[in-house]
Design a protein around this ligand. Structure first.
Ligand SMILES: [Zn+2]
Ligand SMILES: [Zn+2]
Length: 344
């Protein structure tokens, strides 16, 4: 079987390849990709990646169309989410039951989800029902937000600030509320572009009680006017330097969880270790691999506890992908979450 598959590197250099898919290995399935979300990582690859072409797309919702000879857990027609990283089940940590520390994870073998078809391992598939493909493709990013919120151990009725108004920040705000937060604030830079405005305008729908435009408003002043001693938890979904804002508003003994990466050389920041020690601050990085929170994340979407529909504002085809990623970078369109539909 033939497929079109999309790769990209920095300066918006896209490579559309015609590739052979299959025949599937013993434990593999061939899937038809119905929806694949555009992630910040994809944007990083297309805008900044200096080296070889990278595969685009890992937020995959698909239909099983062909089975390898030893596949028993799936059948043709099944709807599945594909894990971008799957625990191996055989390394020492997996054997001890600590699959979250697997050191031998399976991935997508450098193949893009931005493709009509893929060949993947059966044990990387999570079957689902009761949800359309487009909405189901949010399972991966929601699992990232969900993992950060679970790591934050929010006290019942507690105060939370989420830094960053992207899909991860919006969904983290919502899940924080579900997890018992009494107050949630969400920060973004400003409303100066259609994209920034669209994101901040959705904040209330996703559980935010307060929205802060950090470019023109002081996050510290606004938060301290309501919580003079700082907030219980801060969840950082924005780039590493946002940690400075987080440290200004966290209370004594508070927890900061963070997942915002930077691949353009701005990943290092300077921190006062004395301040962390004397103020008993816990810094907790979140890395949601392997994908152990996919089933719960999918359930939250299916049951409507996290609304997938308002978040997905654009659904480009493979041919429209480059234009959509360009618009996400420039901010000229009100894109909150774009989900590619490779098969139309
Ligand atoms: Zn992603
Ligand atoms: Zn393992």
């Amino acid at each position: 079987m033939q497929t079109r598959a999309v790769y990209a590197k920095g300066k918006m250099d896209f490579d559309f390849r015609d590739e052979q898919v299959g025949p599937p290995g013993n434990q593999d399935v061939i899937i038809k990709v119905h929806a694949c979300g555009i992630c910040g990582t994809d944007i990083n690859f297309a805008r900044d990646w200096p080296d070889d072409y990278m595969p685009l797309g890992h937020e995959i919702a698909a239909e099983v169309v062909e089975l390898g000879p030893d596949v028993s857990a799936l059948k043709a027609g099944d709807k599945v989410i594909v894990e971008d990283c799957t625990m191996c089940g055989v390394c020492g940590n997996c054997k001890r039951g600590h699959v979250e520390f697997c050191r031998n994870m399976y991935n997508l073998n450098d193949k893009p989800g931005m493709a009509e078809y893929m060949c993947v391992r059966q044990n990387s598939c999570v079957p689902f029902d009761g949800l359309d493909y487009k909405s189901a493709s949010l399972t991966e990013p929601l699992a990232v937000s969900l993992t950060a919120v679970l790591n934050a151990e929010i006290p019942l009725g507690g105060s939370v600030v989420v830094l960053g108004p992207g899909p991860l920040g919006l969904m983290a705000a919502k899940v924080a509320k579900l997890r018992g937060a009494g107050f949630v604030a969400l920060t973004g830079l400003n409303r100066s572009t259609p994209r920034e405005k669209a994101r901040l305008d959705l904040a209330a729908h996703y559980g935010a009680d307060m929205v802060i435009e950090a470019e023109s408003q002081s996050v510290e002043d606004l938060i301290k006017s309501k919580f003079p001693n700082g907030v219980d938890r801060v969840i950082v979904t924005s780039p590493p330097r946002s940690m400075y804002d987080a440290l200004k508003i966290i209370r004594f003994g508070g927890i900061i969880t963070f997942l915002g990466l930077h691949f353009g050389g701005q990943d290092a920041i300077e921190l006062s270790i004395n301040d962390l020690i004397f103020n008993k601050i816990t810094l907790r990085p979140t890395f949601a691999e392997p994908a152990i929170n996919f089933p719960l994340s999918n359930q939250l979407l299916r049951d409507g506890l996290v609304d997938p529909r308002k978040l997905i504002t654009h659904t480009p085809s493979l041919d429209q992908l480059k234009g959509t990623i360009g618009s996400i970078i420039s901010g000229d369109k009100p894109i909150v979450k774009a989900v590619c539909l490779p098969n139309g």
